[in-house]
Design a protein around this ligand. Structure first.
Ligand SMILES: Cc1ncc(COP(=O)(O)O)c(C=O)c1O
Length: 388
């Protein structure tokens, strides 16, 4: 299906909301209790989110970044320890470890799924490693079979960064059923959102209780005497955000089903375009919520890629350049970087290097568009590639 070269495409907006969010916000407002300590919205959302993901416990927090910090702290990450992270990810994955005074050790990713390369993670394990953080990139669950084995063999816990993976499944199991702590983000662009927000799923009651206390300034439940028993901070989600998230959760599955129908169409068409390689899918990820529609244009280079993204945006397609390898930012080197050079890391992470330069992603709202629009996207992309 070709598209007129002037046509600007229109996709469903994001975030989406309706009567459920309005009712939830009014309910929280009229409850007259606007923080979780005396309200019921956060508690209820946590129960619903945990249940939806097959987890024993969920703790809602202020952001996904805070969720990572809190989860790493509960896993014993402190100054002098190390956390293995994929080099190709959003910076919060490494920054959360660094904020705790730990060293973030970036390793390469698989060039097809863009998820952590398990043998690279294994090779990076040292005496100070306290956690391995797979990121379920764009909803593609990392190889949780190989990672679970690595975790058992090494005794090092996994922390799933599931900021992109609400509702995902691996071999029929939901994220909360995979045996490790998992972290989610509810930032504005995420698959369910309250503008900001995060959550941690725990398979273990003790870890959950510790996280609960730490997320509320180290104050035990019911404390009225200011007995702060653990170090912590204020990572509490508001009642308003939780009310919105309850509404967002109620339409997550329906939206995943639409995206799961659109992605195979889009990906097959992208794969037919010369020079374009869509993100691959490990079939063991049997439910991919598709946070981003990612593809590579190998050899395009950063400048041409930026022009490509601008041209797609002008045609109404919400396109973005993909993450820069975390060690290619100044922030990474400020604190908690391993004692190696950028060049050494780049040599260790050739696929992350390539993705940093040739990968583009489309906002998941395009996958909520019609099937015909998948053809239109690829027609515009072909057009733009031919002329840029
Ligand atoms: C992979 C990944 N991890 C963590 C985060 C952090 O989430 P938040 O923006 O809610 O702090 C993000 C956010 O975009 C992300 O993409």
């Amino acid at each position: 299906m070709s598209v007129d070269s002037q046509q600007v495409l229109e996709f469903p907006p994001w975030p989406q909301f309706g009567a459920e969010e309005r009712t939830g916000l009014i309910r929280a407002l009229e409850q007259g209790e606007w923080w979780r300590v005396t309200g019921t919205e956060v508690d209820t959302f946590e129960r619903e989110f945990a249940e939806h993901h097959g987890a024993e416990h969920a703790l809602a927090v202020t952001t996904g970044t805070h969720a990572l910090e809190l989860a790493l702290e509960v896993l014993g990450v402190r100054r002098g320890t190390e956390v293995i992270v994929p080099a190709f990810t959003f910076i919060s994955s490494s920054q959360a470890a660094q904020r705790l005074g730990a060293v973030a050790v970036p390793v390469d990713v698989d060039p097809d799924t863009y998820c952590i390369d398990v043998s690279a993670a294994e090779a990076a394990i040292g005496p100070n490693t306290r956690a391995i953080m797979p990121v379920h990139m764009a909803g593609q669950v990392a190889d949780m079979d190989a990672l679970a084995k690595l975790s058992v063999d090494s005794g090092i816990p996994l922390l799933q960064d599931a900021a992109h993976a609400h509702g995902a499944r691996w071999q029929g199991k939901r994220v909360g059923e995979l045996g490790s702590v998992a972290v989610f983000s509810f930032q504005n662009g995420k698959l369910m959102t309250a503008g900001e927000g995060g959550a941690v799923l725990f398979p273990d009651a003790e870890q959950y209780e510790e996280a609960f206390v730490r997320h509320t300034c180290g104050r035990p439940r019911g404390d009225r005497g200011y007995f702060h028993t653990l170090a912590g901070s204020n990572f509490r989600l508001t009642e308003f955000s939780a009310a919105v998230l309850r509404a967002q959760l109620s339409r997550l599955d329906e939206q995943i089903a639409v995206r799961e129908r659109r992605w195979p169409v889009l990906t097959a068409l992208l794969a037919e375009l010369p020079g374009v390689l869509p993100q691959g899918r490990d079939q063991r990820c049997d439910r991919n919520p598709h946070y981003m529609a990612m593809f590579r244009v190998p050899g395009i280079g950063e400048r041409r890629r930026a022009a490509l993204v601008d041209a797609l945006v002008r045609r109404g397609i919400p396109a973005f350049v993909a993450f820069r390898a975390v060690y290619r930012t100044d922030a990474f080197w400020e604190t908690g970087a391993p004692e190696v050079s950028v060049d050494q890391l780049a040599r260790r992470c050739p696929h992350s290097e390539a993705l940093s330069q040739d990968c583009v992603w489309l906002h998941h709202r395009v996958l909520l568009g019609s099937e015909a629009q998948m053809y239109e996207i690829v027609s515009v992309l072909a057009d733009v590639l031919a002329t840029s």
